[in-house]
Design a protein around this ligand. Sequence first.
Ligand code: PGA
Length: 259
Amino acid sequence: MKNSQRRPLVVGNWKMHGTLVSAGDLLNALRTSLQQNTAVDVAVCAPFVHLPLCRELLTISGIRWGAQNVSAYAQGAYTGEVAASMLAELGCHYVLIGHSERRALFGETDAVVVEKLRQALAAGITPILCVGETLAEREQGSTEAVIAGQLAAVLSALPAGQLAQLVVAYEPVWAIGTGKTATPEQAQAVHAHIRRQWAAAQPGQAEALIVLYGGSVKADNARLIFAQPDVDGGLVGGAALDASQFCAIVNAAEQAWNH
Ligand code: PGA
């Protein structure tokens, strides 16, 4: 049974893919195919340089857009960085923060994640906080401890009013881009753990908290994962680059909510 306090959310993470032409084609295809969708909240997190195109093509659609990263600083001499206020100016509704690729490849620590969350929230952008364990951590049996640590850093740093704005994405690192997904049961177990930990810190918020699953979500596995009671939708990488796959995943979310 799905909790009526939460609407399903499906977010595409385009990563560093595409051209202006391919991004435009994808946005147009999504806009057309999802015209009738009102049941599922849908967004795409595009490369920075494609965000003006998102604004141009999605403004009157129901599809929202967002970025994949944001600076930990508000403004100033930070060559190459993009401020949250700049993303807000481009109409970004969401920003991914703490994606495992950022943590692993670009050295993002929990402390940096917290600063980025603060920046996004100050600009009125909804952060999608990504957490997840590596394969080695899962095999050692430390999945829950790793996620608890990633969440604790945030839960202890931000006030309740800000925590209430967050979306969480559980993305097991071993499932990202590998074609291996967590089983529906594995996903449910971690999502329930996330919600319990949230409830311990912020009792009034846990039932409304949106927790997405990410890691090789495809049209053919989405429905069973989304059917789990604590899975509120998906963060979709590879399959988000294909309009028909992505729309099928949105449909899977709608079906999971109708059952
Ligand atoms: P994937 O990526 O769907 O290609 O595994 C998910 C993500 O990294 O957000």
